[in-house]
Design a protein around this ligand. Sequence first.
Ligand code: ARG
Length: 327
Amino acid sequence: MERIVLAYSGGLGTSVAIPWLPEKYNAEIVAVTMDLGQGKELDDVRERALAIGAVRSDVFVLRGEFARDFILPALQAGAFYEGRYPLATALGRPLISKHLVEIARIEGASAIAHGCTGKGNDQVRMDVSARALEPSIKVIAPARVWGLTRPEEIEYARRRGIPVPATVDSPYSTDSNLWGRSIECGVLEDPWQEPPEEIYLLTKSPAESPDRPAYVEIEFERGVPVKINGVAMSLVELIQSLETIAGAHGIGRVDMVENRLVGIKSREIYEAPAAVGLHAAHRELQKFVTPRDLERLTAELGVKYADLVYNGLWYTPTREAIDALVK
Ligand code: ARG
């Protein structure tokens, strides 16, 4: 029998994929959940995947790798897409694809599957990354093939006795990891609408943030942030603690209309307190040490780098070359 490795988030879309994939492709499902610091409760996710019919399931904690190999180079390159989006979601995709491909090799699976729809950038990033690493791998996106609407997914889940996650009531599509949160859809699609305060989880509104400032001193060693206010910590811990302090002071909200790779304009909200704070610190630090022409060049390369990351071109010689120069 064929075997498919599914990137299982625990949400509705990938939950209904667990029984659907075997029926459609006569395959068994290995469900893997990657912890990139989404902060969601992943405790029972493995049991849930098994209960719905996965033959095996596991959770992989990838926060350290994400911080070291993906976030850090993007920080050092000064990568903001269209000047504003620090690329949290976009940076996570190549890492997820890499592990899906590795697990597919170990499992002798012929295909990997993910929950991305046909409308966004994420499907492109997942597909392109996986095939860059393993050209023979088949990539299945059930949401794209199957084309169920949200209510149809819920109906299917109910018929199959699949517990419907409480988050399905949310009108928003969100994604989060260590580097920040992306929020889209619902009323946000109309750029005239001010985002309702309820969408924000990591940042306080200016009205609710403290009147007194917090002082944050970030120490870098060879371009790597290593200490906050004199306390040494791992990059993961440093990002998490900066997220708490900066978020409490209303830092890191981004509200923008962006050009998607798939050719549409889309209103997107991000909250990325740690990313915005660390980029600001790194940029200021560079001012002290980078000669003028090199500063201009790195600024241009930062724009290029952001486009590469956004467009799913992580596993390319161009990205590696910019990394080498920036280092
Ligand atoms: N527009 C952003 C990007 O392309 C956010 C994507 C958010 N993904 C999601 N599944 N809600 O990186």
